[in-house]
Design a protein around this ligand. Structure first.
Ligand SMILES: CC(C)(COP(=O)(O)OP(=O)(O)OC[C@H]1O[C@@H](n2cnc3c(N)ncnc32)[C@H](O)[C@@H]1OP(=O)(O)O)[C@@H](O)C(=O)NCCC(=O)NCCS
Length: 195
């Protein structure tokens, strides 16, 4: 593994445009890392990390939104112009294809209870770091896993806690709220398996 700290990364806080280091950033040789990395509401960016395996190509935008958030990408994997929004972690295996316009978000960002989301915007805009711990207690979050050889079609949405099984296919525009079995094809909203 060749460490390549920060050379290719653009890191900033939304409101203040301050640059920060990630805790770990490593890409293997023969990897094309073109993604933009945004620290959005993350109070400890040095605890966040990205690791990319050999031969992978990564476009799109990666948002780290909470301390300790991580992105792990295996070998020979392609991620198109998509958004990865991470509070906990996203793991993408080897030989995976993720098309353009996809959204992978490992949390809901808000509570389903109106009273518990009224203050969310103010906490975010005012950068009230001491309130983040409280904010996250009201938000459901769970890591996403995309196993080896999976293929995610254009503009698919993968929500919190989902595992896409080995070799599975997600159809274009699908909204995936539950796990997809290995080798299955899932389509629709909410996505269901067709075979
Ligand atoms: C709507 C939402 C908040 C519900 O979350 P939740 O309360 O944890 O609900 P669950 O994941 O348990 O899903 C409950 C049921 O609704 C379905 N469902 C959930 N979200 C869905 C969606 N976006 N589209 C279609 N169906 C959905 C699930 O498949 C599940 O059906 P099932 O019981 O038959 O399996 C969440 O699924 C969601 O859409 N989160 C994304 C929020 C977002 O876009 N945030 C961006 C920042 S503002």
């Amino acid at each position: 593994m060749v460490s390549n700290p920060l050379k290719k990364l653009i890191l900033y806080r939304n409101q203040r445009n301050v640059f920060h280091r990630l805790g770990e950033f490593s890409v293997e040789n023969k990897t094309l890392f073109k993604a933009q990395v945004v620290l959005s509401g993350c109070d400890k960016p040095e605890t966040c990390s990205i690791v990319v395996g050999e031969g992978s190509v990564v476009f799109g935008t990666i948002y780290f939104q909470r301390q300790g958030a991580f992105l792990r990408i295996g070998r020979n994997t392609f991620i198109g112009e998509s958004e990865l929004i991470i509070s906990t972690g996203i793991t993408v295996g080897n030989n995976v294809l993720i098309s353009r316009g996809c959204l992978l978000q490992d949390h809901d960002a808000h509570s389903r209870e109106a009273a518990l989301r009224r203050d969310d915007l103010r906490v975010f805009m005012e950068g009230r770091e001491h309130d983040w711990a409280h904010y996250w207690t009201n938000v459901k979050r769970s890591p996403i896993v995309i196993e080896d050889d999976a293929w995610i079609g254009a503009r698919a949405i993968i929500l919190k806690g989902v595992t896409i099984g080995h070799g599975a296919v997600v159809g274009a525009g699908a909204v995936v709220t539950r796990g997809v079995s290995p080798s299955a094809t899932a389509v629709g909203n909410p996505a269901s398996e067709i075979g």
